[in-house]
Design a protein around this ligand. Structure first.
Ligand code: NI
Ligand code: MN
Length: 226
């Protein structure tokens, strides 16, 4: 499984020969200026919730690539109303097998409204299981006891967790989350994009290390193989 970072909460995941794109927010993110939204590959676009900093470029990429938009029912339906017919709606606790593996839509504690004010359903995260690797994409969320269920029942190789604080968990809660989900390898997201979520990278990495965990802060445009 190859994971690429496109800034903020946007990741590309290559699994089972397919390209998954999570929460594309590129054109309005100055930190991601070197990422070309019009050449990104996507077979599936997974959206955790309706906020602009997660869905901004989804329509543009879906219309160019024909990628299937996978999200909660309300967001999937909203894209259908915009003429994108290749959508798949889910809801919390539900799992679905796609060509590349399975996706489970799990709880997140946050809010969700679409850019035009349309109700965006409830926010969520995704557990993506390929043939060899499983990744948890938490989406924007607070630390919540529900994460313990993931630790009890999933065998995660890596977790993509928000660490920027203010709108989501901060670093110290993300370390507790890593305990809850029993995953010591964490990729940080949702930090530095806006002033309220700027973090000290060295401090964040140290806080994780003190908790016996690895925090990976990927370079925008960079990739890792897990
Ligand atoms: Ni949000
Ligand atoms: Mn956000």
């Amino acid at each position: 499984m190859k994971i690429s970072y496109y800034g903020h909460a946007c990741f590309g995941i290559e699994v089972g020969g397919k390209h998954l794109l999570i929460d594309p927010f590129i054109t309005a993110n100055p930190l991601a200026a070197k990422v070309d939204v019009d050449t990104l590959k996507a077979d599936y676009i997974l959206l955790t919730h309706g906020h602009g900093d997660h869905v901004m470029d989804a329509e543009r990429i879906a219309k160019r690539t024909g990628a299937m938009i996978v999200s909660n029912y309300e967001i999937a339906t909203w894209y259908e109303s915009k003429g994108i017919t290749n959508v798949h709606g889910m809801n919390h606790g539900g799992q679905r097998t796609f060509e590349f593996g399975t996706v489970k839509f799990v709880n997140a504690v946050h809010s969700s409204v679409l850019p035009d004010g349309t109700y965006g359903g409830n926010p969520g995260g995704f557990i993506i299981r390929g043939a060899e690797r499983t990744v948890y994409v938490a989406g924007d969320t607070a630390l919540t006891m529900d994460m313990k269920l993931i630790g009890d029942y999933e065998n995660l190789d890596v977790a993509i967790l928000p660490i920027g604080d203010n709108f989501t968990m901060g670093v110290s809660d993300a370390v507790i989350c890593a305990d809850f989900i029993r995953c010591n390898r964490v990729i940080g997201m949702h930090f530095d994009t806006f002033p309220p979520i700027e973090i000290n990278h060295a401090e964040a990495v140290n806080t994780f290390a003190e908790g016996g965990k690895e925090l990976i802060l990927m370079e925008i445009g960079g990739s890792i193989e897990i």
